[in-house]
Design a protein around this ligand. Structure first.
Ligand SMILES: [Zn+2]
Length: 822
């Protein structure tokens, strides 16, 4: 609540102006007394101590190190048996200053194993009315896990010469004990033979598996987290071997990959890296088309929809081996199917350091006509946009594969993306909704954007989801607005500050700085809130020039390295020269929200002290503030004649003069006042009388807790407007209430706080003076007749049953896919 004091009051003595500007008291910096909080307390006291690995500026230190893992893998896909069998050689390079007695690897497939932490700790999700329920999805999932044994089967672990190594599996992790400690700067080579059954992702959930198309009995395989991968060993956490619970993603090391993938001969394979043996696996026509597409500025088919349709109709018992190489990547994924349409185009990067990139998409006919129109364009647009704000894309390919419907997932050079058209059951015609179109463009930009964060800027995903999802969602939305002006109108994903307020005022909320598996309300916490925070930093707090410079600096410092949150916070400050500790504190370490109340505005003129000016002013003020008695008004209306009107002789001095008439005594007093002033004070008073400025005291109350800048739009009586941005530092002495004095040459008729809705203020109703009437539309409500009509109810029920057929719930209620994108 607040009020607008429209009354014009006079501010006596010019000295008061000077005094009121200095409101800070020495007591205010004592933090332990009262409920005073230092919202600007420097973050250094809470961040890890800088060292030779990570500097106080947020850059890698001069002794920064990270481990390296090179892989050579032979894998065979048994498409009919839904099983993957592999043999791999890993060369692990110990760049740390420590001797290691054991190595940890990640066996992510064990999440589906009977008795895994993830399976045992799944909780029932109650029905909407709070009662118990079993969904069709939950039932089908339980049946699938009962039928097949999932999880990684380890056949052997040996050293380079074939000697067995002892190993221990701990949930989704595996420890290999080394015959002798691995010294700093030494490497160790070992081999693992393994196999696992592939899950039906539609039913079991998760990030990979296969999709079965019932209509034509075909399959599409999208394979990730599929081989034993080195866990990360770091300077800040040692081994990152926190079990995979389905949420906190994958913390991995960089290395080179040589992967031979054996699949049915009619399959096409899309994979991280570059195809090494096109002569063995592609037809001459396909190779010719691919060469042309690489130089094309629009997507071209390598495999057309018609060819794909013909291909999926026959099954080939023979196999082919596709060989891929990927240099300096932190993971490897692939997709394989006889259903794929394939298109590609060349992308030339604006960045002079950028190599040409082959953007490609792989999708079944079920994805048409949507995918051939937008997928590869979205890949190309992402590479161009992200390169502008971070660094040149360093890899030769960038791919989008249509896998599950609705979600998305990223790996180096390859992404799995959802969104398909809908097929009309009667006509068989496929059309797509605006949601599917913008959903597809958005998810491709998001997942391809992950090539940068975290596939290159390699943050610790198991620990901090926001470092990849938040940063990536922020750049994603920059790319949305560079794709199409009104992107946000079709799909509200442009980081509007006003859209995060309902989350920020909600209960059951944790700070952004919370380990991934413990985050409540994952989507807004890990994606939207950090992305919106960065948008506010860029558009409001720092400005684009400083923000873009700092964000690019962070990205370039940490590409192919592993940043922590403090490296990000410090880099953004170090490169911009802006103290942002208050912002990181408020937005990343608390659950406070923004609600700033423009509580009151008081208007003044400077008193001249001259009775000939001031007494007249006081009379006006008196008359405005003291209403005429109603009885007197009624007397006049009735034509009542007073005695004084009838007998003018009764008039004297007091009928001609009131208490506001200046007297000689007043004038002498004024002369004395002027006499007593120093010459400079007299000048100031004379200047004030000449300027006739208006003085405003504007009170702000911080009701949400977050301190933020105050964007103000001031409207003057002459209709002109002024935009004033008061930095957040205005709150440094008092984070709960501040008063700003404004001296203006013109009278103010209105002040609006945050008129462009840029600071995520959760309650705009207390932002304007004078207060505004909230305008909306009220739908008329027609009262329903609640009397039961059994005959009608019977008809309705039958119809509902018919419609419900074939519309059962799928496996999509599985809470392994918490966000719509991963
Ligand atoms: Zn993501």
């Amino acid at each position: 609540m607040g009020y607008w004091q429209g009354r014009v009051a006079r501010l006596m003595a010019a000295a008061a102006l000077v005094l009121s500007a200095n409101a800070a008291s020495a007591d205010a910096i004592v933090q332990t007394k009262g409920d005073w909080q230092d919202k600007f307390r420097q973050l250094e006291v809470d961040l890890p101590t800088p060292n030779t690995y990570r500097t106080a500026s947020g850059a890698p230190g001069h002794q920064y190190w990270q481990q390296r893992a090179d892989y050579s893998i032979d894998v065979k896909l048994d498409a009919a048996g839904k099983r993957l069998t592999g043999r791999q050689t890993v060369r692990y390079q110990n760049n740390s200053p420590d001797s290691l007695r054991y190595l940890w690897l990640q066996l992510d497939q064990n999440i589906y194993k009977d008795g895994s932490i993830a399976e045992l700790t799944r909780t029932a999700s109650p029905a909407k009315d709070g009662g118990d329920q079993v969904t069709y999805g939950a039932l089908a999932r339980a049946q699938a896990l009962k039928d097949t044994h999932y999880g990684m089967e380890i056949a052997s672990v040996t050293d380079g010469s074939g000697t067995k190594l002892s190993y221990t599996v701990v949930d989704t992790m595996m420890r290999i004990d080394l015959p002798r400690p691995l010294s700093p700067n030494a490497s160790f080579t070992f081999k693992v033979e393994w196999a696992h059954n592939i899950i039906n992702q539609d039913i079991v959930g998760g990030r990979s598996g296969y999709e079965h198309f019932r209509d034509n009995n075909t399959d599409l395989f999208f394979i990730a987290q599929w081989f034993p991968r080195m866990a990360a060993y770091t300077d800040y956490a040692g081994w990152q071997h926190k079990a995979f619970l389905g949420r906190g993603e994958f913390t991995l090391e960089f290395g080179d990959y040589d992967v031979a993938i054996t699949v049915p001969a009619d399959h096409l394979v899309s994979a991280s890296g570059e195809l090494q043996n096109p002569g063995d696996v592609l037809t001459g026509t396909q190779r010719d088309r691919l060469a042309k597409a690489a130089k094309a500025d629009k997507p071209m088919f390598i495999v057309t929809p018609e060819e794909a349709l013909a291909n999926e109709k026959e099954t080939d018992k023979a196999t082919k081996t596709w060989r891929f190489a990927a240099k300096n990547v932190r993971d490897f994924a692939f997709a394989s199917s006889n259903k794929f349409i394939w298109d590609a185009m060349g992308v030339s990067q604006d960045n002079p350091a950028g190599n040409p990139v082959l953007a490609m998409s792989f999708y079944p006919n079920e994805a048409e006509p949507l995918w051939s129109k937008y997928s590869t364009w979205a890949v190309a647009h992402t590479i161009k946009t992200y390169s502008k704000y971070s660094f040149a894309y360093p890899y030769p390919t960038a791919q989008s594969v249509n896998t599950w419907d609705g979600g998305g997932m990223e790996y180096p050079m390859i992404t799995f993306n959802g969104y398909r058209p809908t097929t009309d059951k009667k006509t068989g015609k496929r059309t797509y909704s605006a949601n599917a179109k913008y959903g597809l463009i958005g998810v491709v930009i998001h997942e391809v954007g992950h090539f940068y964060y975290p596939m290159i800027v390699n943050s610790d995903e198991r620990q901090w989801s926001w470092m990849d999802e938040g940063l990536n969602t922020f750049v994603q939305n920059v790319a949305h607005l560079e794709w199409e002006e009104n992107f946000g109108e079709h799909r509200r994903k442009v980081n509007l500050p006003s859209e995060i307020t309902s989350y920020m005022t909600s209960q059951g909320q944790v700070p952004i700085m919370t380990q991934s598996d413990s985050v409540l309300q994952f989507g807004p916490n890990a994606y939207t809130k950090p992305a919106t925070a960065l948008t506010i930093l860029r558009e409001t707090v720092m400005g684009r020039q400083l923000f873009d410079h700092a964000f690019r600096e962070y990205s370039q410092r940490w590409k192919f390295k592993r940043p922590t949150p403090s490296d990000f916070f410090r880099s953004m400050e170090d490169a911009s020269g802006i103290d942002l500790d208050w912002f990181w504190r408020g937005w990343f370490y608390t659950t406070d929200h923004v609600d700033i109340d423009l509580a009151s505005v008081r208007e003044y003129r400077i008193s001249t002290g001259n009775p000939d000016v001031e007494k007249a002013f006081q009379r006006d003020e008196y008359r405005r503030d003291n209403v005429e008695p109603l009885a007197q008004i009624h007397n006049r209306e009735e034509g009542l004649k007073t005695l004084l009107a009838r007998e003018p002789d009764l008039k004297d001095f007091y009928n001609e003069n009131d208490k506001f008439s200046p007297t000689n005594k007043d004038r002498n007093k004024y002369a004395d006042l002027l006499e007593g002033l120093e010459p400079w004070e007299r000048d100031a008073l004379a200047r004030a009388e000449k300027d006739g400025d208006w003085v405003y005291f504007v009170d702000f109350a911080n009701k949400g807790g977050l301190v933020m800048p105050l964007p103000l739009q001031i409207t003057y009586a002459d209709g002109t407007e002024e935009f004033l941005m008061i930095p957040a530092e205005i709150w440094r002495y008092n984070s709960k209430a501040v008063t700003k004095m404004l001296i203006r040459p013109k009278q103010v008729v209105g002040i609006e706080l945050d008129p462009r809705q840029e600071i995520a203020d959760a309650n705009p109703s207390n932002n304007g003076f004078p207060r505004k009437i909230a305008a909306s539309r009220l739908e008329l409500y027609k009262a329903k007749d609640e009397t039961q009509d059994l005959m009608a109810d019977m008809l309705v029920e039958l119809k509902a049953k018919k419609e419900g057929e074939g519309k059962q719930e799928g496996g999509k209620d599985v809470p392994l896919t918490p966000g719509e994108q991963k």
